[in-house]
Ligand binder design. Structure first.
Ligand SMILES: C[S@@+](CC[C@H](N)C(=O)[O-])C[C@H]1O[C@@H](n2cnc3c(N)ncnc32)[C@H](O)[C@@H]1O
Length: 204
């Protein structure tokens, strides 16, 4: 599957707010670097699903996978405040379920916060994508929990790894994620770093 195949799916199947679709910096990297895992990945966890663009990508790209999504569908009150975000989040849960309707039976969605649900999950996953709250403390929490929930040989991906999260917002997640990875030296391999998204494989 090439990036343009996925954009065709979005164009024909999905209902998105203008300008909110998953950025090409991630889709290009995923198609290129995750190719070898395409038929192996069986279970995926996604923290932060919004309208479902990345969720759709996982289910299109990994035909044998089941996806678990976590999102309160409200945005983060500290991050997503003001007039700009109100229309974006107003109907995002409805859009998520519409966009995901072709994948019925292949996904489970929990409408809640990662901080509530992650500690309760008992199973492990072959791929985990973290794209929820961007506050440092929560990213740290999500990262620590998701490391434990990632199987050995599984993949762990962070969106917004080394980008300005919103224009003019210099808060990058890189420092927090790098500090965590420093504690896991020799327990992972970097699979790709597109600055937009970092992907590692847990090896121990
Ligand atoms: C950048 S959007 C996700 C975009 C989506 N992954 C995509 O690429 O199409 C971030 C989402 O994270 C959700 N979110 C914020 N804090 C969260 C938390 N603590 N746990 C789970 N989701 C959270 C927001 O409601 C929002 O829908």
């Amino acid at each position: 599957m090439e990036p343009h195949d996925f954009y065709e799916v979005l164009k024909t199947k999905a209902l998105m707010m203008p300008g909110t679709v998953t950025r090409t910096g991630s889709v290009d990297a995923w198609c290129k670097y995750l190719k070898g895992y395409r038929y192996i990945i069986k279970d995926i966890l996604e923290v932060g699903s919004f309208e479902g663009a990345s969720a759709m990508f996982w289910l299109e790209f990994f035909p044998n996978a089941h996806l678990t999504c976590i999102d309160p569908f409200t945005g983060n009150p500290k991050e997503h405040t003001g007039n700009m975000f109100e229309p974006i989040f107003k109907d995002c849960e409805t859009r998520f379920h519409m966009n995901m309707s072709p994948y019925k039976g292949r996904y489970t969605c929990y409408k809640t916060w990662s901080t509530t649900l992650l500690p309760l999950i008992m199973s492990q996953f072959g791929l985990i994508y973290i794209d929820g709250c961007h506050e440092e403390e929560i990213v740290k929490f999500d990262t620590e929990k998701c490391w434990d929930l990632c199987r050995v040989d599984g993949l762990l991906l962070w969106d917004d790894y080394d980008t300005e999260i919103y224009p003019g917002n210099k808060n990058k997640l890189r420092k927090t994620i790098d500090a965590f990875l420093k504690t896991k030296k020799d327990q992972y391999l970097e699979v790709f770093n597109s600055t937009q998204c970092l992907g590692i494989q847990k090896t121990k």
